[in-house]
Design a protein around this ligand. Sequence first.
Ligand code: BT5
Length: 259
Amino acid sequence: MNQDELKKALSKLPLGDVKYFDSIGSTNNEALAWATKDPKDLSLVIADEQTAGRGRLDRKWFTPRGTALAFSLILRPTAEEKSYLTRMVGLAALAVADALRTRGLVAQVKWPNDVLLNGHKVAGILVESVWTGEEVDCLVIGIGVNILKSAVPPAELLQFPATSLEESLGPAVEREEILRDILAGIIALRPHLGADSFIVSWETALAFRGEQVQVEEGNGNLVIGKLLGLESDGSLRLSDEQGNSITVRFGDVRLRPAV
Ligand code: BT5
């Protein structure tokens, strides 16, 4: 990644400090360590390659050198934002989806933390937090976006089909500009985090709305129902066959296979 291009692309954003790595284990790990040292709001860790990138539940996230965006943004949440922490993953997903939509792509959010293009995962998000006692001190928003086709791992390593921006836009994808647009989107959406309209925008972007889905809750439990939308805390709202409402706080959503 060309650091001059990176600096130029980010120069107009009100970021804190920026740390760039040619190669790193995980930008989230670096940001979590930094978060204990009183970083400025909107400080950024970005790497050209991750050798131990992480997803949720310690799953692996692949970032081969020179093929993708992998970065972690540190937020120092305001008192008001602390009331809406569970919405932050939605904020990041919307910012990614918006950056892709401005390039003419139909991006959807696969609840809670994936962005899809044509039903394939193009980006994943991992939000983690650092607490002092009962108070959240820092949030780390980790985002990985597959830019080139070579970023996409082999199908046997994937739980869900994946794609890259190159697949839709051709090889001339400007990594730094996409990064800039995602960060600008996060900054622009932040003041709206607590608004009802924020949940509406998040719901509107959801994949599989109105469809029969299954959600693996991570503890082996499988929830089946029609995907209705979101609760105010960002939990997923489904209805079962009897029309009863079900709320899911954590899981992996996919369309229910035909029986
Ligand atoms: C995620 O978890 O999708 C969150 C990914 C967050 C990655 C960023 S990169 C910057 C920052 N630093 C980190 O260490 N992490 C963050 P989850 O929903 O649990 O999905 C993980 C699953 O996605 C894996 O088990 C694979 O099946 C699949 N996967 C791994 N690498 C992928 C890739 N490059 N593209 C698409 N799918 C991938």
